[in-house]
Ligand binder design. Sequence first.
Ligand code: NAD
Length: 488
Amino acid sequence: MSGQHTTTTGTTATAEAPEDALLARVSAGEGQGREIFEPATGRLLGHAPQHGVDDLERALAAAGSAQGAWAALGHAERSARLNRIADRIDAEAEALARLLAREQGKPLNGPNARFEVGACSAWLRATAATVLEDEVVVDDGQQVSVLTYRPLGVVAAVGPWNWPLMITVWQVAPSLRMGNTVVVKPSEFTPLSVLALVSIFAEELPEGVLTAVAGGRDVGARLVAHPDVRKVMFTGSTATGRRIVESSGANLARLTLELGGNDAGIVLPDADPAAIAQDLFWGAFINTGQTCAALKRLYVHESLHDEVVAALADVARAMPMGPSLDEDSVLGPVQNAMQFDVVKGLVDDAKQRGGTVVTGGEPATELGPLFYPVTLVTGLHDGDPLVDQEQFGPALPIVEYTDVEDAIASANRLDVGLGASVWSSDPDRAQEVADRLEAGTVWINAHGGVHPMAPFGGVKGSGYGLEFGVEGLKHVAVPKVVTRRKGA
Ligand code: NAD
């Protein structure tokens, strides 16, 4: 388990690359653990420890023992620790970014590995600075009732492989801030980066306050169902989310579920294609499309459909895709073969249905086995799998519409609702459409940006619960009301 290491920060003089010391710190011993391969090169990156149920039980017992003293430290001290962790992350930023790039596949530059590591420290500082005030909910001459928020106890944090560091911070930072202790279960695709991050946290935390258990799905299932767990922070697929809801019937753990999405964007007839093309592109293709709240289906009015498609294709052709450690790359490989097959299968199906491939459309095998180029497909309709299913990769269906009412109905017709966007030169008209979209977040002339003070969460099959800001703190705490009778 990571979390009990006490090591110095920084790299050693003998290290060949900045990330080598971090990697050595968290890797399994010689000849042990699970092999982790780099998505971009297929080369062996290292061996991740394979923690089992005994490790999990130890981590939970340590979290339970540590929680009281951690809560007793108080908000100011816990915030100070989060700020110090942010400083340590900044000091190790390049090593972390390179390890993340090698394991996850995302390039160093663009909104990718260096950006993700920067977001980790920024989020820690924002969480440290956020205050959840007590609230006087009744003061009527008879009684005074004050709503306060107490720690829940032990929190389980289970995460995916697409933004493994940032999502770990989103789950862990508010939980720690509110006086909980946490056991993290990283994705089996990206355990080393998360173990490295947690080892940096551990340098500022008492033993047991935060532990990572790098197990498989079985360990995840055991963790979320454990009777000692009071809260589950889960980010991942809707299918796994449903299983966690079922298991919470036994331990009654509170849940924050950030699940899959299939975000729609609607380009209104008055939008300016040249002005929005770059933002549309990154809305869809950030992290090479492997982002929960990415733009996954784009509805464009017939009057400017061809212009938008041409402008997007121009942006796409200018964006370098390549090896993760190459300073020129801003797009990388698909993270794993399973996801690659999903993307390829959906695009192949779209072609068979008569969809027109504007760019991409065939694996970029010259770059490596997991590279798939940015692919724009037109001529599709609602009901086609590339439109209706979450591709979670570098392929975007562009659907032409005639009537805005139909586009709104299309956007709302699926059983998911994480994000959505409206693109228009008229703020009032954009707002009217935004108000009618069923999603946790609706962006206007943007897609996918998050802010540490703006609550983020889904509706329908995209889950429930909120992260970030004051609302995010409430979701990792338990409300308690103290009522005092006046004059008594
Ligand atoms: P996944 O559900 O397969 O796995 C996520 C995590 O859950 C992994 O750590 C896995 O080991 C664990 N897990 C698997 N079965 C479990 C069980 N029964 N009990 C407890 N834990 C279990 O998801 P993924 O493939 O890693 O991630 C991709 C999906 O995540 C996409 O659908 C994407 O949209 C979604 N996602 C959502 C957000 C968001 O904020 N809403 C962010 C990122 C990814």
